[in-house]
Design a protein around this ligand. Sequence first.
Ligand SMILES: O=C(O)C(=O)C[C@]1(C(=O)O)C=C[C@@H](O)C=C1
Length: 286
Amino acid sequence: MRIGYLGPEASFTHYAVKSVFINEEYIAFPTIPDCLEALAEKKVDRAVVPLENALEGSVPITVDYLFHDVDLHITAELISPIEQHLMVHPDHEHEWQDVSRIMSHSHALAQCHKYLYYRFRGVTLEPSTSTSAAAQYVSAHPEENIAAIGNALAADTYGLTVVEENIHDFHFNHTRFVVLTSELETELLPFEHDAEKTTLMVTLPSDDRPGALHQVLSAFSWRQLSLSKIESRPLKTGLGNYFFIIDVERPVDGILMQGAIEELEALGCTVKVLGSYKKHMLLPQK
Ligand SMILES: O=C(O)C(=O)C[C@]1(C(=O)O)C=C[C@@H](O)C=C1
């Protein structure tokens, strides 16, 4: 099987992929849209991308792309512990406190906001397409005294020296990655997992009636369907227009879930089932 992921090699996404897909072909893509488009065009059989981080919240490009641009489904969720380290080229390991730039994925920079503010105030923070892309850049530019933020695997892979470990601001740092396919199916990976849950994307009726969101929530509440997440994202059709991502702690094929979806549709909502899938907890990197 060909597994597309947000690369290059040694990103957190790569680590998540390698943890659950053993002996498969891994194909790195430079950006999340590249990865999702490759799956939509069937150049890969699965795509694995980050969806949400415990400190920083959703990865907007993933959520928006899944709603607006491609018709793909979540078949599994991978939750990985995230440890961010500061790394430099070995040529600069004694002058790392004077770096002129620090590069990483915007989510990783944000996870280390306090550390960067107190230790490197005034130093340019440069977003990159992934944490490993930042490490790769630092490795390829020994002439510059710059740093990357990423994982231990990236430091190893790109020959960088970790100068400060665990620089993320809060201890409980986890990222939720999703395994996507073109079909609505549930994938059982060879890893411990929880009960099945469902992610829905819901658009409210266009008549803008008062209480529409309340009606949506009631459809779940009187059936005692527990929600673990609800978030709004812009529909991109004008200010105040949103769709909702709703995670329900039940599989999609249960009678109550089917009833809830039918009720939402009867209310005039548009409902897309993004996936019905299990959560797999990954181990920390060694
Ligand atoms: O996979 C990576 O290395 C990424 O850069 C992506 C990403 C993300 O978007 O959340 C993945 C995990 C960490 O939370 C930080 C960055």
